[in-house]
Write a protein that binds this ligand. Sequence first.
Ligand code: WTA
Length: 691
Amino acid sequence: MEFFEKSLEIDGKIYGNRGALKNNSTTANWDKSCLPDTIQTFDEYKSLYALSINDPNHFWKMAAERLDWYQVPTKIKNTEFDCRSSRGVEIKWYEDGIINVCYNCLDRHIEKDPKAAKEVAIIFEPDTLTEVRHHITYAELLRAVKKFANVLKKHGIKKGDVVTIYMPMVVETCIALLACARIGAIHSVVFGGFSSNSVAERISDCQSIAVITSDFGVRGGKCTPLKSKIDQALTMEQCKTVKTVLVFRRNQGILPLQDDCVEQRNSLQWTDGTDFWVHEELEKVDDNCEPEPMNAEDPLFILYTSGSTGKPKGILHTTGGYLTYASLTFKYTFAYQPGEIYMCTADVGWITGHSYVLYGPLSNRATTVVFEGIPTYPDVSRFWNIIDKHQINIFYTAPTAIRSLMGHDDSFVTRTSRKSLRLLGTVGEPINPEAWRWYYTVVGNSQCSIVDTWWQTETGGFMITPLPNVWPLEPGSATLPFFGIQTQLLSKDTKQPMQPPAEGALCIRDSWPGQARSLYRNHKRFVEVYFEPYPGYYFSGDGCEIKENGYHWITGRVDDVLVISGHNIGTAEVESALVQHHDVAEAAVVGYPDVIKTQGMYCFVTLKDNVAESDALKRELIKTVRDRIGAHVFPDIIHFAPNLPKTRSGKIMRRILRKIVEPDILNLGDTSTLNDPSVVQELIEKSPRTR
Ligand code: WTA
């Protein structure tokens, strides 16, 4: 493959030179009856974008043709966004199409071209540093998925059943998701860092009948127990729907086990009749398993995400539209070419792992890297070593990882070659221009374009993103919308549409195939959260500025969801964890700007009468939050506040708390509705952020 030789930097706007292929075939082979292989020019983008908006049925029909259907859909788009309409919010794409996601990710590549059988589907990079290369070919992966799908069937799991997956970042996790998709079971992946309480809450919300887990995981050299947390979760009354627990043995036979892992394995509890070792079950099933033909609108998965209030939301994605969207966005945004090695550092427990570790890459016959570990173990060169070891061409990670790595000496990067890199990507939070430039110049050696992709669990795939080398980049901007996506800013005050240049609430004007259809068994809340705030639009929850040139700059959440190190954390969840502590009367959690993590977590805590404030109690509260929600949720500041600013009706005024911790105390805004305005001054005096 040939690349452009020199990087271009014009007026601070940067084109990464290796992002596009030299071969400039532009629109030559695009005759409007099928989509081009990659988008090469801005004109091509503009004309296809116009088509995607003016004639979405035509555009998305062509996109669907990139997949193999048992029954090709004739009805493409059937959607209603307006909560005030008599139909109500309803989203259907490809509703008469029949398809199987697993077939599209595996079988069809081999059926079409037997060479695909020997191509590498997954490269596994374990937590432990090793020279060994673990390559899983498409044929091997397909065989493993078929066998595991038969294990699921043997345990009575069938189309439409919900299965909770609680796994480390290993190949078996991908096998589990694909096997569910193959037989039409709905997977609900819960990130392995979540506590047993959080898992229990997610199991009970979707009433899953089975859990797939592993004895343990290993991250950063430490053993993380999984099966024992499931055991705890299943003791809870609300989890009684679970009949079967299938337990993988982590990396069986691959690596020697550390002591803490051996201990964990030896201390496992076992419930006969419920718990089954997967490796034993695999011996009892045969090799063949036909994929289940699914309606395009059958559910594919549920994935929980934090809301600003109440319980986590079970985001529901369906089959045909989701795969069409994940597949096309992967192909165009990364300009993926056959044979390239692609790595996304996200965990499959998050949407990025679903769409861009698994379904996007595999549906494009790509080679995807599954990395079990963390960026700082055994040292901060780990990512860059992996890039060299596996000759990675496309590398996709989160700004928080970049910021934490750039804090160390550049030699940790420059001692590696990284010559294989063609394209870099980021996701999860706004990337500050400084981190962007470091990623571009140091990691990418000023050779690689960067795609800053804005999207959400709810959107299924990229929404606002550069296409490599199709238009100039501006560090910190996700640039322009993907095909079919019409962004619209609305005024937070008047709720009226705003014309750019402007800053407002980021909404989307019409549906796209990858969007979530509902919250699992709670359509009412789906409509309330996403469609009622700005009737007629999908509301993202993010603020955004659109500049004169149409570039989008995400300004962060406008609601009470924190984005910390790329994880969404609902303040309500943390508050409810805090008040479960017997010494706590009330809690209010807000975010403040943090250079590395984007946001830090600031918890105002009112203690019960006669409870003394102490550092020990602070530590206990932090532990309470981590135990209840998960180890990745970490309060940075606990501020004991005997009183919180409240309205006369008793509602905590978070707006004021946010101003105190930002700190922006000169702009507290209207405090006249406060029950007791003197509370604010007390908080300012005591806050470590204003002192
Ligand atoms: C934030 C992750 C700025 C945003 C795919 C969004 C971003 C939330 C970006 C969704 C980006 C994601 N620039 N902010 N490129 N990407 N976000 O559901 O606040 O885990 O609403 O999906 O992350 O997080 P989620």
